[in-house]
Design a binder for this molecule. Structure first.
Ligand code: PRX
Length: 651
């Protein structure tokens, strides 16, 4: 990231930020001995965290580790929905606000108490049962940020049916692939998805996907936009009609700790998304403990995680983590700029949000606008700020701290992944002296390390590939229907005991970790994972494209911008219109986050003698770097000069 030096002098990463004075006195974790205890007895630490949940039957064994297979809380019986709802109601919290829903239009939101949310969840659980959903059947949720998405997730959890949430901005093709891979029996969607004052025709997309999704027997449609939606007789039914007649009595299924809670698809280094599988007891233990300890979550906090539920952050820190802790969670349907560019700050003030958890890309866009929108609002309710999804550059960190946090709120820069289920490397707000840009220390009970490319562990201060050396409860258990890819992706590089993260990292002399970005062919665009291979295959599905290679280019706003090089079919001429058409084609094939920022038509690509595209060289060319490094392994080193000429002529 460019220019992280204030006034061209000070290196902001060198600054130190102590926890606010007195913060530790009332903090959930104010005693640093937790780190030592968890290091000496990690199983004991996690067992203590698990005891914070309700179990119908306690486990016989904390951890069963047969690398790379892992089971946590073996033999234990629990239920995620019971823990997120009934437990709090039994403890006298039924009238507490569980969910604040802030709609796209500022005056249309609503709130749910724990009692109300539980009633809706039980009703929808009965609806699913009536549709023939049984324990173990997959239910796909293609829904906008509306209460029904949380209700449906919890209803699935209540009856032991794993959910697969598909981000509502994904295309029909992306939905179809996920429906088919998961062999979903039911799809829950909405007529429309209003965002920023515009309506996205969700049901029409869903219908396209359903043309080729034979496993889906029933479709439930939430009326959100209120407009016309095509309904297929015998297959599609309105949510309200079904829920209207359903009973609000539905006992929670006693599921095994290792029963699957959900599958969530994420981009990998091949074109096919990975179905990341999370199970019940370990996942909930991990997300409940991290939500409480990392954000210092207390009874009267209002927790706003801005992520969409279509991503893992929304699963773990909008729905399951806050609700497992009996907190009040905020769900926002809209965008930062609608109706005005102060909308987020309006939401913070209106609901007196105390904890804000967001992504660096959002902070950078606020930096661009300046502090005007912030100054219109009272943000004094805020007390802890979180960052997630991509490295936060020190300048954005300091800006977040000073302008949104009023220089009084600790920032927790949390590193984790869809695969890890929950937060792994993070400050603890009462204990950690922050260094801007660094995710700091492992959470208690987490054992990261650095390895070099030869497989040797890097000791002390240094740089390398990030790994996790011991299992943790929220760890993915497998890739759906693909245990071999699970093993190859995560447990082959450094053997079956060492989880290969896919990120590079540095560790300084104080043991602080700073994540440097992906080491595989996965890009991080505005905090979203985008696979180079997936964009390439979308490009070659266009009839003008013979071959494509895609790389990430460092970008001030988005972290990385997508650069695509294409070789056109013999008879096609390049033109601005065609390049735009190709970018739009990728958007409609995958979704808006995958749309390339730049498509460059070239005559040839830099390949090794064995035909592998050298993306390293393409990255340098995208960055406009004249020195592309070693080209001796290229089959034809002269392509580099041609590529440089072609790229600079077209950009
Ligand atoms: O590269 C890391 C980056 O996001 C990747 C995980 O993406 P995903 O599975 O979509 O989950 C995003 C939300 C947890 C990681 O491999 N990443 C995530 N958090 C950070 C980060 N990079 C640097 N700092 C972070 N705090």
């Amino acid at each position: 990231m460019s220019d992280d030096r204030a006034n061209g002098h000070e290196d902001l990463a060198e600054r130190r930020y102590e926890p606010p004075q007195g913060f530790a006195d009332n903090a959930i974790v104010g005693d640093p001995s937790v780190y030592e205890r968890a290091k000496e007895d990690p199983d004991g630490f996690w067992e203590e965290c698990a005891r914070d949940l309700h179990w119908f039957k306690e486990w016989d064994q904390v951890l069963n580790w047969d690398p790379p297979e892992v089971q946590w809380f073996v033999g234990g019986k629990t239920n995620v929905a019971y823990n997120c709802l009934d437990k709090h109601i039994e403890e006298g919290q039924g009238d507490k606000t569980a969910l604040i829903w802030e709609a796209d239009e500022p005056d249309q939101g609503k709130t749910y108490t724990y009692n109300e949310l539980a009633a809706e969840v039980r009703k929808f659980a009965n609806v699913l049962k009536d549709l023939g959903v049984e324990k173990g059947d997959r239910v796909c949720l293609y829904l906008p940020m509306i209460p029904e998405v949380a209700i449906a997730m919890l209803a699935c959890a209540r009856i032991g049916a794993p959910h697969s949430v598909v981000f509502s901005a994904f295309s029909a093709g992306a939905l179809r692939d996920r429906l088919n891979d998961a062999e979903a029996k039911v799809l829950v969607t909405a007529d429309q998805s209003p965002r920023g004052g515009k309506a996205n025709p969700l049901k029409q997309n869903a219908d396209k996907a359903l043309e080729d999704s034979p496993s889906v027997q029933s479709v439930v449609v939430v009326k959100r936009g209120g407009g016309e939606a095509p309904m297929t007789e015998g297959r599609d039914q309105w949510w309200d009609d079904l829920v209207g007649g359903a009973s609000d009595e539905c006992p929670a299924e006693e599921v095994d700790a290792e029963d699957m809670l959900f599958v969530l698809y994420s981009s990998g280094s091949t074109g096919k998304p990975k179905g990341i599988v999370h199970t019940t007891g370990g996942y909930l233990t991990h997300v409940k403990a991290t939500t409480k300890m990392v954000f210092d979550l207390k009874d009267d906090d209002i927790f706003w995680c801005t992520a969409d539920v279509g991503w893992v952050t929304g699963h773990s820190y909008l729905v399951y983590g806050p609700l497992a802790n009996g907190a009040t969670t905020v769900m926002f349907e809209g965008t930062p700029a609608y109706p005005e560019n102060d909308r987020w700050f309006d939401v913070i003030e209106k609901h007196a949000v105390t904890i804000l958890y967001t992504a660096p890309t959002a902070i950078r866009s606020f930096m661009k606008t300046g502090t005007g929108p912030i100054e219109k609002h009272d943000l004094s309710s805020l007390r802890v700020l979180g960052s997630v999804g991509e490295p936060i550059n020190p300048r954005a960190w300091v800006w977040y701290y000073e302008n949104i946090g009023g220089s009084r709120c600790p920032i927790v820069d949390t590193w984790w992944q869809t695969e890890t289920g929950g937060i792994m490397i993070t400050p603890l707000p009462a204990l950690t002296t922050a260094k801007p840009g660094s995710a700091t220390h492992p959470f208690p009970g987490i054992f990261p390390g650095l390895y070099d490319d030869e497989g040797n562990e890097v000791e002390g201060a240094g740089q390398g590939n990030l790994v996790i050396k011991r299992p943790w409860p929220g760890m993915l258990r497998t890739l759906y229907k693909d245990p071999e890819r699970f093993r190859e992706t995560y447990f082959e590089t450094y053997g079956p005991e060492v989880y290969f993260v896919g990120d590079g990292a540095k560790r300084d002399e104080d043991g602080y970790y700073t994540i440097t970005g992906r080491v595989d062919d996965v890009m991080n665009v505005s905090g979203h994972r985008v696979s180079s291979a997936e964009v390439e295959s979308a490009l070659v599905s266009h009839n003008a494209v013979a071959e494509a290679a895609v790389v990430g280019k460092p970008d001030e706003d988005k972290g990385q911008a997508i650069w695509a090089y294409v070789i056109l079919e013999g008879d096609r001429e390049t033109s601005d219109e065609l390049m735009k058409e190709l970018r739009d084609h990728v958007r409609s094939e995958i979704g808006p986050t995958s749309r390339p920022d730049q498509v460059v038509a070239v005559d040839d690509l830099p390949k090794t003698r064995s035909g592998k595209i050298m993306r390293r060289i393409l990255k340098k060319i995208a960055e406009g770097d004249q020195d592309v490094g070693d080209t001796t392994t290229l089959a034809d080193p002269s392509v580099v000069e041609d590529l440089q000429k072609q790229a600079s002529a077209q950009t």
